[in-house]
Structure formats: C-alpha cells, structure tokens
Design a protein around this ligand. Structure first.
Ligand SMILES: Nc1ncnc2c1ncn2[C@@H]1O[C@H](COP(=O)(O)OP(=O)(O)OP(=O)(O)O)[C@@H](O)[C@H]1O
Length: 330
C-alpha cells in the first residue's frame, strides 16, 4: 500500500495540523490602578527553540509570563498557548506548559525527590511512572546525588535547577522560566544554560526572561525587547538589528601599507561609513546591518583594494538593547 497522502480515504479523519506557534499574545493589557504593567503587548513565540523576554526591572515580563501560564487574568487581550486559551481553558494550558517562577518557595522537610514527587502528583503524573520521571529529572538537572537532601539545604544554584525540574514534572511542551539565572554565580549560569539548551534539543519550547542581557545573548534563537509594558522589537537578534538600523563596527586590513590604507579610507567614507584609521587598519562604523557591510566590502574590492581581513563586530544583545530601549523607569 502506498503511504502517500493521496491514498488516505476521504472517510479517515485527518487530525488538524499542530499550531505553528507555541505562544501567541495579542494586545495583552494588565493594569494595577493607574499603572499599565502590560500595555497592549504582542508576542509571537514559534514552536521549538529558546525565546528570550528581555527588559529592565518593571518592564512587564513577569506579568506577561503569569498571564501566559494561567496565574493572572488579563484585563484585555488574548493569549494562545498551543491552541489553548489560559482564561477560558486554564487546565489545558497547564497540561502543556511548565512554569519556573522567579522565587523558589521553600518546602521545609521535603527531600529533592519528595519535592518533585509532590509536584508530579499535583500534575496528575500516574503513580506508576512517577518515580522514574523524578529520577530522570534529577539526572537532567544534575541533582541525583542530592535526591535525599532536604531542599532547604540546597545552594541557590541547586534550588534553581530543582525549580527547573519542578516545571518539567509533567513533560510540558512549553517551559516558561522567569529569570532562572538571577543570583547565580558564573559557573551555575553556564550549567543552567547547558540544561536549557538540552531541553531545546529535546523539542521543548522555552520562554526565558532576564534583564541580564549577556545571559540570553548566545542562548536565545529569538528575543522580544520589552519596556514599559510594550514590546519594542522582536525577532532574531539580526532581524532586530536590521530593523533598528543599529550601527556595527567593521575592522579592515589591507595589503600595500599606508598608501593602500588611505585609498581604502577614501572608498569606505564614500559608502557613508564613519572611518577611523588605526595602526595598520581601518575601523569603519556602518549603519544598515549586513547589507551595508557587504556594500563596504564590495566597494573596496571593486576599487582595487586588496583586503586581507574584514571583520564585522555587530555587538551583542547588550548593545542592541541599549539602541532600542529608552530607559523608561516606572
Ligand atoms: N501585584 C501588583 N500590584 C501592583 N503593581 C504591580 C503588581 N505586579 C506588578 N506590578 C507592577 O507592574 C510593573 C511590571 O511588573 P513586572 O513584575 O511584570 O515587571 P518585570 O519586567 O518582571 O520586572 P523585574 O525584572 O523587576 O522582575 C512594575 O511597575 C510593577 O511594580
């Protein structure tokens, strides 16, 4: 029998395709008195990969996450999590979403294993599979050796990892983690990052927030920059950079000594770049993303300059963040 799609009989119900987006947020608004903590916020989190919510303190990241995971009712707007609405069908959303809050919340007298077992039971993980699930999670977050240790006796980094495991007890397809790296030392941060990457490889969609941009820079496939309850920009870092026309710095080295460098400087300035000659090289500030850098290189080569090194430093998320946000304090 052929297994092509045409062979499927009209009588056989075809399941609907899975939603392309993991989380879609439209016009989300949440007010506290006169303050709009979230103010008409839109988000598009595709399935798979790591999505970063980046913004300063008070930007509205936690409020957005709480509404997404059904723990806060929005005043306006709509959220869709894998086809489910957190307001009208919170149970369905909780079944597909795991949440890692920004505070741990101690449960004195429980060991790590008991702690995870408790949450697994709360999420109705069947009793027979629970022990294996808890062991697998302890292994994932590298806490197997602490399985019998009281959770109150864990270091902060270990608590954060246990918290991550708690968010995963029911094998969610989406994990929402609110500043999971806050307060961690550099080594613990790297360990956390490795776990998040591993989860992404396993197909979990991860939404992670931080105001420490360096934390998200190499981890996230896409980011949304949030300020004063609004999304200022979202997409891949490159897309945002292109949209805001952030400048980048290109360093150019050429063959032919100072004379050739002078020719290169003139040609580069002709493309609109801001050129600073340095010892044996040129620093060129270009505006217009990759296209502008490519145009600079083309102009140099067509102009007869023998380019030996052409290096673009686009800056990390930090620079991007500063170029997009206004520094609004509320
Ligand atoms: N329950 C509440 N009552 C009153 N105001 C609130 C409440 N929750 C949040 N806010 C306010 O809403 C705004 C957004 O807060 P939110 O916690 O969502 O920001 P955030 O981006 O997560 O900040 P942080 O990085 O500091 O955690 C802040 O000005 C905050 O003070």
């Amino acid at each position: 029998m052929s297994d092509t799609i045409e062979s499927v009989s009209d009588d056989v119900p075809v399941p609907p395709p899975p939603p392309a987006a993991a989380v879609t947020v439209r016009g989300l608004t949440k007010r506290y008195g006169d303050l709009a903590a979230v103010d008409g916020l839109d988000l598009d989190v595709p399935r798979g990969g790591v999505f970063g919510l980046v913004g300063p303190n008070g930007a509205g990241k936690t409020t957005t996450m709480l509404a997404t995971v059904t723990l806060l009712r929005p005043d306006e707007g709509r959220i869709d999590v894998l086809g489910h609405d957190p307001v009208t069908d919170p149970r369905a959303v909780r079944g597909v979403v795991g949440y890692v809050p920004d505070t741990f919340g101690l449960y004195d007298g429980l060991s790590c294993r008991e702690y995870l077992d408790f949450f697994a039971a709360a999420y109705e993980v069947p009793r027979e599979g629970r022990a294996a699930q808890v062991d697998a999670l302890l292994e994932l977050v590298e806490l197997s050796h602490k399985a019998a240790t009281d959770v109150a006796g864990l270091s902060r980094g270990m608590q954060q990892r246990l918290s991550l495991a708690r968010g995963l007890v029911h094998d969610p397809q989406v994990l929402v983690a609110d500043e999971p790296a806050s307060g961690l030392d550099p080594r613990a941060r790297v360990e956390l990052r490795e776990i998040v990457k591993e989860l992404a490889v396993q197909g979990v969609t991860i939404v992670i927030s931080s105001h420490i941009l360096a934390e998200l820079d190499e981890l996230c496939d896409r980011v949304a920059i949030v300020e004063a309850g609004k999304v200022l920009a979202q997409g891949t870092a490159d897309e945002i950079r292109g949209a805001v026309q952030a400048s980048s710095t290109v360093t150019v080295r050429v063959l032919g000594g100072e004379d050739a460098l002078a020719v290169a400087a003139t040609l580069a300035a002709g493309t609109g770049a801001l050129v600073t000659p340095e010892e044996g090289r040129l620093r060129c500030e270009v505006v217009g993303g990759e296209a502008a850098a490519a145009e600079l290189l083309r102009t140099l080569v067509v102009g007869g300059v023998r380019v030996t090194d052409f290096r673009e430093d686009r800056g990390g998320l930090e620079r991007l963040f500063l170029s997009v946000t206004q520094g609004v304090v509320r």
